[in-house]
Design a protein around this ligand. Structure first.
Ligand SMILES: NC(=O)c1ccc[n+]([C@@H]2O[C@H](COP(=O)([O-])OP(=O)(O)OC[C@H]3O[C@@H](n4cnc5c(N)ncnc54)[C@H](OP(=O)(O)O)[C@@H]3O)[C@@H](O)[C@H]2O)c1
Length: 325
């Protein structure tokens, strides 16, 4: 049984702690928040025994073996490193880092501390994701040529860290990272990227609230994605090859799992995938890795590659554009 602690009384904890209640080999024993009362509230709801009024106190607790980090993006690497240095295994919310160097730094700390570090891309743990990958690998779409993927929603909460450049907010870091993760899972590491962004309130120093981007992969595979914090909720994935297109309506949460393969002649095959709680599955994956000494599903190469792509896309979004006229 891995004994977990959580840093911050974040909203996402609701899903993760519900998943934890069902997860094998996992027990949340401590929670810390800057405001101790807010931590106490979540502790009462989820039957967590120990409450701290600071993150450092939780990291000093020898009864905590692993830490879940649901802090704003700008604090992910800092607190992952601190937790690893304190001898804890770490599950850090996505995206771990926006630069390759930061991701490498976090994994170098994990290596010297001999602890595991995993990025919490829960969609990767859905059975639907694995079924889709297997289908593409088995040639269900023919030769892979194009990936279309999107994720957007309307962010209405004022003061949300997602709108704060200092907290590494923005649509790419919040939801576009899922699109990047999907394209890389299916096509490997990109050779080149391009991107356009619309900034918060039109301010040059505002976070990106809407992005359209392209990625070019080895083997003449292209991907294009869009992501947004200012569009009605929407998501989807299409993987298009020389013979067919594979489509998933709900690739990130898999609430109603299912895959369609649409052939060139218009016939459609519906393929089932098991439903699963992805938050539970990612905890079980890391707890299993801690217990067995095997690698977790998302390893260092995967997480560093993801950060490298995000870095390139952020740079592309900031580059001067060529005027069309
Ligand atoms: N995988 C998913 O499905 C999913 C879904 C949503 C979000 N996320 C990720 O989870 C993370 C948290 O998202 P959320 O929406 O749950 O965030 P949230 O409700 O805003 O919570 C963030 C927590 O960070 C702490 N914090 C520490 N320093 C802070 C600062 N300077 N400003 C603001 N908060 C600070 C706060 O903890 P205290 O309680 O200590 O004050 C707060 O509870 C993000 O990285 C996001 O990308 C993942």
């Amino acid at each position: 049984m891995t004994r977990w602690g959580v840093l911050g009384a974040a909203r996402i904890n609701q899903h993760v702690l519900e998943g934890a209640a069902l997860a094998e080999g996992t027990s949340f024993v401590a929670i810390a928040a800057r405001d101790r009362d807010r931590a106490q509230e979540q502790a009462d709801t989820f039957d967590i025994g120990t409450v701290y009024g600071s993150y450092d106190e939780l990291l000093a607790d020898p009864g905590v073996e692993a830490v879940y980090i649901p802090l704003p993006n700008g604090l992910h690497v800092e607190w992952s490193v601190r937790a690893l240095e304190a001898g804890k295994h770490v599950l850090c919310e996505k995206p771990l880092a926006r630069t390759e160097a930061e991701a490498r730094r976090a994994f170098a700390t994990a290596r010297s501390a001999e602890r595991l570090l995993m990025e919490a891309f829960m969609w990767r743990h859905l059975p639907q994701t694995q079924v889709a990958c297997d289908l593409v690998a088995q040639g269900a779409v023919g030769e892979l040529r194009m990936i279309r993927v999107w994720f957007g929603f309307l962010l209405s909460r004022s003061g949300d860290p997602r709108l704060d450049p200092a907290q590494q907010g923005g649509a790419l870091m919040d939801v576009g990272c899922y699109c990047v993760s999907a394209a890389r899972l299916l096509a490997g590491e990109p050779d080149a990227v391009a991107a356009q962004a619309v900034r918060d309130a039109g301010r040059a120093d505002g976070v990106d609230v809407r992005v359209a981007a392209t990625m070019r992969f080895p083997g003449h595979v292209l991907a294009h994605f869009d992501c947004a914090l200012d569009l009605p909720q929407g998501h989807g994935l299409q993987v298009v090859g020389s013979e067919a297109a594979l489509e998933i309506d709900d690739p990130w949460f898999g609430r109603e799992p299912g895959i369609r393969v649409r052939a060139a002649d218009g016939t459609v095959e519906e393929i089932e995938a098991d439903a699963a709680d992805p938050y539970r599955a990612q905890l079980e994956d890391l707890a299993g890795a801690i217990a067995d000494g095997r690698g977790p599903l998302l390893d260092r190469a995967e997480v560093v590659g993801q950060a490298r792509s995000l870095q390139a896309l952020l740079r592309a979004m900031s580059n001067d554009e060529e005027d069309v006229r």
